[in-house]
Design a protein around this ligand. Structure first.
Ligand code: NAD
Length: 498
C-alpha cells in the first residue's frame, strides 16, 4: 500500500500524528493508498512556513506573481492526462470527466494571469483642497481552503489561484478520499516557480479542519462540501474573527415546458443527472415537466436512455459514468432509494442490482429513475449525490417554478423552453444562484463568479471571477494631503468636503 504525504514548506512530509485515512479505488473496492491526517502541530508547521514566506511573495510585483500562473497553466496542460489517470483511480469518474475537472481548474489559473489588472485600486484626484484619495487591495495574509472529494483538481484551484495571485500564502486541506492530485498540484506550483511555503497541502479530516478554524494566524477560509459541514465551518471560522465563504450541497431542478424540444431536454437530463454518477453539486436531480402530456412523453424518452447507460470503471473508455466514491456513499444512495420506494414514488428504472463483471466489489449503482415524486418525500428533500433522477409532475408553470423556489437548496436550476418570455420570467424570479436557459449545468466560466443561494452557500462572496479577488484581499483607503498653500487651524467637527 502506498503512503501519501503532506506538502509543507516545499517538501513532502510523512505524517507524525499516527492518524491515517484509507484511499480506495472505487471501481475495485480495494484500498490502494493511505493518507496521513494532520494534527494541530502539523498545521502549525505549515502556518509557520506560510508566515515566513508570505511577506516577500506579497511584495513581489503583481506581474511577477502572474508569471507563475502562466507557467502553471502550461504545466497543467502538459500533465493533464497523467493527473486524470490518478484522479479517476481515486474518485471513480471517467478519464474524460477527470480531464474536465482539471481543465476547469486550469481556466481559473488562466483567469488570474490578469490579476495585475484586477488588483488595481481606485483613485480620486482633488477629493478636497489639496487632497487625493486612493484605495488599494492588500492580501489577507494566510488563507486556507477545505475541499470536497468530487472535484479534487478544480476546487483547490478555484481557491488557490486567486488567493496566491493576490499575494497570500495558501494552505489546502483536500478531501481525504482523493488526496493525490492536490499533491501533484503542489509539485507543479513549485515547478512553475512559486516560492516554498506559498502553496502547501495539509492532509486531514474533521480534527484538522477544526484546527484551521481556530488558528489565529489564518485570516480567511474558503470551504466547499456538504451543507451541514459548510454551515458549521462558517460559524466556527467567523466566530474566530475570520473571513469565510462556505459552499454547501444542492438539489438542482430542471423545469421542462410543454413547448421544449423534448429530445434535447431528455439528453440534457441524462448528461446532467447521471454524469459523474450524479456526484456533482450542479447535477440535475429533479426534473419538473409541466403538464401530464409533457411528463408522459419525457418519461418515455428517458427510460430507454437510462437503461442503455454504460456504467463501468474508468479504464473502460465506453463508460458513461463510474462507481460512487466509497462503500458508505453507495449505502447512503441505496438507503435513500429504499425510502423513495417506501414513500410511494414509482421506480421506473431500478439500478440497485447493478454489478460489473470483474468489478463485483466496486461501489457501483446503476442509473435510477423515479416518477410521481412529491415534495414531502425524503428523496425530494435530501441531496442524494448518486445516479438517481426524480420526476416531480407540475400542472402549471407557476406550480413548477414554486418547487425550486421553496426548496432548501439554491445552487443551480434550469429551464427548457422555446418561449423567451417564460425563460426571462424564470431567470428574474428564481431565488437560486446559477440559472440555465436550455443549458442543464450552468456552471459560470472562470471570469464570472460561482455560487449558490439559500442553504447552498454561507458568506457573501463567490468563487472565482472578480468576487474571488475581493474575498482574498482587504481594501485600504488612503486620504492624503500635501498642504502647500492651504492654511487651516484645528478642526473639531467631522471633516466634510464643501
Ligand atoms: P463533506 O462535507 O463530507 O467534506 C468536505 C470537506 O470537509 C472535506 O475536506 C472533509 O475532510 C471535511 N469534513 C468532513 N467532515 C467534517 C466535519 N465533521 N467537520 C469538519 N470538516 C469535515 O463533502 P464531500 O462528501 O467531500 O463532498 C460532497 C458535497 O460537497 C456535496 O454535498 C456537494 O453538493 C458539495 N459540493 C458543493 C459544491 C458547491 O460549490 N456548492 C461543489 C462541490 C461539492
Amino acid at each position: 500500500m502506498l503512503d501519501l504525504t503532506h506538502y509543507i514548506d516545499g517538501e513532502h512530509h510523512e505524517g507524525s500524528s499516527g492518524r491515517f485515512a484509507e484511499v480506495f479505488n472505487p471501481a475495485t473496492g480495494e484500498i490502494e493508498k493511505r493518507t496521513p491526517l494532520a494534527s494541530a502541530s502539523e498545521l502549525d508547521r505549515a502556518v509557520a512556513a506560510a508566515k515566513a514566506a508570505q511577506p516577500e511573495w506579497a511584495a513581489a510585483n503583481p506581474q511577477k506573481r502572474a508569471r507563475v500562473f502562466i507557467k502553471l497553466a502550461a504545466l497543467l496542460e502538459e500533465n493533464k492526462a497523467a493527473m486524470a489517470e490518478d484522479l479517476s483511480r481515486e474518485h471513480g469518474k471517467t478519464i474524460e470527466d477527470s480531464k474536465g475537472d482539471i481543465q476547469r481548474g486550469l481556466e481559473v489559473v488562466e483567469f488570474v494571469i490578469a490579476a495585475p489588472h484586477l488588483l488595481k485600486g481606485e483613485f480620486t484626484e482633488g477629493a478636497g483642497p489639496g487632497i487625493d484619495m486612493y484605495s488599494m487591495r492588500q492580501p489577507v495574509g494566510i488563507g486556507a481552503g477545505i475541499t470536497p472529494f468530487n472535484f479534487p483538481a478544480m476546487i483547490p484551484l478555484w481557491m488557490a489561484a486567486p488567493a496566491i495571485a493576490c499575494g497570500n500564502a495558501f494552505i489546502l486541506k483536500p478531501s481525504e478520499r482523493d488526496p493525490s492530485v492536490p499533491l501533484r498540484i503542489a509539485e507543479l506550483f513549485e515547478e512553475a516557480g512559486l516560492p516554498k511555503g506559498i502553496f502547501q497541502v495539509v492532509q486531514g479530516d474533521k480534527e484538522t479542519v477544526e484546527a484551521i478554524c481556530a488558528h489565529p494566524e489564518i485570516g480567511a477560509i474558503s470551504f466547499v462540501g456538504s451543507t451541514p459541514i459548510a454551515r458549521s465551518v462558517y460559524a466556527n471560522a467567523t466566530a474566530n474573527g475570520k473571513r469565510a465563504q462556505c459552499f454547501g450541497g444542492a438539489k438542482n431542478h430542471m423545469v421542462i415546458m410543454p413547448d421544449a424540444d423534448l429530445d434535447q431536454a431528455a439528453d440534457a437530463l441524462i448528461g446532467a443527472g447521471y454524469g459523474s454518477a450524479g456526484e456533482r453539486c450542479m447535477a440535475i436531480s429533479v426534473a419538473v415537466p409541466v403538464g401530464q402530456e409533457t411528463a408522459d412523453k419525457l418519461i418515455d424518452k428517458l427510460k430507454p436512455r437510462i437503461e442503455e447507460l454504460h456504467v463501468g470503471p474508468y479504464t473502460d473508455e465506453k463508460a458513461d459514468f463510474g462507481p460512487l466514491v466509497t462503500a458508505a456513499a453507495k449505502e447512503k444512495v441505496l438507503g435513500l432509494i429504499e425510502t423513495g420506494v417506501a414513500d410511494g414514488a414509482k421506480l421506473v428504472v431500478d439500478g440497485r442490482g447493478f454489478s460489473h463483471q470483474g468489478y463485483e466489489d466496486g461501489f457501483f449503482v446503476g442509473g435510477c429513475l423515479f416518477d410521481d415524486v412529491t415534495p414531502d418525500m425524503e428523496i425530494y428533500k435530501t441531496e442524494i449525490f448518486g445516479p438517481v433522477l426524480s420526476v416531480v409532475r407540475a400542472k402549471t408553470y407557476e406550480e413548477a417554478i414554486d418547487l425550486p423556489m421553496k426548496h432548501e437548496y439554491g445552487n443551480g436550476v434550469s429551464i427548457y423552453t422555446r418561449d423567451g418570455d417564460a425563460a426571462r420570467d424564470f431567470a428574474n424570479r428564481i431565488n437560486i444562484g446559477m440559472v440555465g436557459v436550455n443549458v442543464p449545468i450552468p456552471v459560470p466560466l472562470a471570469y464570472h463568479s460561482f455560487g449558490g443561494w439559500k442553504a447552498s452557500s454561507f458568506g457573501d462572496l463567490n468563487q472565482h471571477g472578480t468576487d474571488s479577488i475581493r474575498f482574498w484581499t482587504r481594501v485600504k483607503t488612503v486620504t492624503a494631503r500635501w498642504p502647500s498653500g492651504v492654511k487651516d487651524g484645528a478642526e473639531f467637527s467631522i471633516p466634510v468636503m464643501n
